[in-house]
Design a protein around this ligand. Structure first.
Ligand code: FE2
Ligand code: FE2
Length: 228
């Protein structure tokens, strides 16, 4: 099925959709993950706000915002790695992980539009910082690139686990659909983490220092992306 391009998510905003209505939604041909169940979208009550926005709530806003930013950042990291290592023996390995990150990002982009959640204002920064981190570590060698992957994917897996725990404590039945997505993505991030280890991440120069520094940056990025 051919997909139309969703309203662009540029520098922190989706544009051009207008108030969400059933008619408008049907006309929009992207692969909305809950399109078949418009009466009860994304963990919310069946009612909608006065503006026609699904009632996702502040917690879900934060989850979608930070996860979309994280997946965007991951895509930029792998883009940076591929720019340097794409033609080497690990190119296909990195490409496979990147392809999964593209799917993750697409899913959160769809949620963001359907739930009318604004992206973080830091998107332009993550665009540059993500690519620079990916390319910079790749320039140190394939082991450093894999160390970056291990650091990022470990942090993101823990981050998804925290969200899964929060949603389950809040109401696992109500959040079931989102939980399934987060669990799937968490498992795939763990696979990326393991792939990094299998490709000699621990042989990177100053592995522990590099990993710790990247994870501190990742935590800061998560903290800021949830809030602004
Ligand atoms: Fe991802
Ligand atoms: Fe990943």
């Amino acid at each position: 099925m051919q997909r139309a391009v969703c309203a662009p998510l540029v520098a922190g905003r989706s544009v051009g959709l207008g108030p969400r209505s059933p008619q408008r939604h049907r006309a929009h041909e992207h692969s909305c993950w809950y399109r078949a169940r418009p009466a009860r979208p994304l963990c919310s009550s069946a009612s909608a706000s006065a503006q026609g926005r699904p009632v996702a709530g502040a917690m879900l806003d934060r989850i979608i915002r930070v996860d979309q930013a994280g997946e965007f950042g991951a895509n930029r990291i792998y883009a940076g790695q591929m720019a340097v290592l794409g033609r080497t023996a690990v190119g296909p390995v990195i490409q496979r992980m990147w392809d999964q990150e593209k799917e993750h990002l697409e899913k959160f982009n769809e949620m963001m539009i359907d739930q009318r959640v604004r992206p973080t204002i830091l998107m332009p920064f993550w665009n540059i910082a993500g690519f620079a981190l990916g390319a910079g570590t790749a320039l140190l060698g394939k082991e450093a690139a894999m160390a970056c992957t291990v650091a990022i994917e470990e942090s993101i897996s823990q981050h998804y686990n925290n969200q899964i725990r929060t949603l389950m404590e809040e109401d696992s039945e109500k959040h079931n659909e989102l939980l399934e997505i987060l669990k799937k993505f968490r498992d795939e991030e763990m696979e990326h983490h393991d792939t990094g280890l299998e490709h000699e991440a621990e042989l990177a120069p100053a592995y522990t220092v590099l990993k710790t520094a990247i994870q501190i940056g990742c935590k800061a990025a998560i903290y800021m992306s949830e809030r602004i």
